[in-house]
Design a protein around this ligand. Structure first.
Ligand SMILES: [Zn+2]
Length: 287
């Protein structure tokens, strides 16, 4: 049975912490390097429900994409929700390790997993990491469809292939326009519009698109309209958990570690319901 330090070393080889953004907070949040690890749980968010799930499962290590603490803190008192998570984990001998922007830009990384879930062929990173001579690491991915789909069909595929959330998939664009190439970025992607336009793709699928960046991107050039697909943040990053679990499984097999590796099924998207508009007394209302 491996020690935590050995498992963390393997995870750091997949997602080197020094490749995280300067503002990010990745690495081990809690855990004794000498403790044994037999069961590992991957999840997007280190929230209370997920910490409880790790305990129920008997996990020794929880690996999440989002950091628990992004900024410094002066308390881990259990009266705060983050402190409660720390208490739950430490009392039950569960270590917490975070791979965030270092997993986003990895090869394979978060957006490769998203592209895989959508059955897309990855062509290149959307924003390549200049330190990667192979040109495979970086933020987002530019992808191609083996067979073009309409905007309507592509939205239906995303809604079917990504894990279910209350939000579903929001769409901007002519439903009958063809999608041959698409940029994808797991998580909040509206800082990437310049790269998306430069890539000349038919569509962009990401999460957390805001009004102004989205409407400006749509209006940019009417001759080359860009279709937008906005899925729930959690849903666009969850496929990475399955990819990461498979990577750790493979490492475990290679080392004879016999780890039990799980992926959390807890939906941690904060939005819990969606009410479609039903009023008919304004322009453009459904009828
Ligand atoms: Zn995220």
């Amino acid at each position: 049975m491996p020690r935590l330090s050995e498992v963390i070393a393997a995870l750091d080889a997949l997602w080197p912490p020094d490749r995280a953004e300067g503002w990010d907070a990745v690495g081990t949040v809690c855990g004794d390097p000498d403790q044994d690890v037999s069961r590992v749980l991957f999840a997007v968010d280190p929230v209370g429900e997920v910490a409880d799930e790790a305990v129920r499962l008997g996990a020794d290590l929880l690996v999440t994409h989002h950091p628990l603490y992004l900024r410094g803190t002066t308390t881990v008192a259990a009266s705060t929700f983050k402190g409660r998570v720390v208490h739950t984990l430490i009392k039950n001998d569960v270590a917490l390790h975070v791979a965030h922007t270092n997993a986003d830009t990895a090869d394979p990384g978060v957006s490769d997993a998203l592209a895989g879930a959508l059955d897309l062929r990855v062509v290149r990173p959307l924003v390549p990491d200049p330190t990667d001579p192979a040109g495979r690491r970086g933020l987002g991915r530019v992808c191609a469809l083996e067979h073009p789909l309409t905007v309507r069909e592509f939205a239906a595929r995303a809604a079917e292939r990504l894990p279910a959330t209350a939000q579903g998939v929001r769409v901007a664009g002519d439903p009958d326009a063809l999608v041959r190439t698409v940029a994808v970025s797991g998580g909040s992607g509206d800082s990437l519009f310049d790269a998306v336009r430069a890539a000349g793709v038919d569509a962009f699928l990401t999460a957390d698109l805001r009004h102004h960046p989205a409407s400006e991107a749509r209006a940019h050039d009417p001759r080359t309209p860009l279709a937008l697909f906005d899925a729930a943040h959690w849903a666009t990053e969850w496929p990475w958990c399955e990819l990461a679990a498979a990577q750790l499984d493979e490492i475990s097999d290679r080392h004879g570690w016999d780890l039990r590796v799980h992926v959390s099924k807890t939906v941690t998207d904060p939005w819990t319901a969606h009410a479609a508009s039903t009023t008919t007394d304004h322009p453009g209302a459904p009828n």
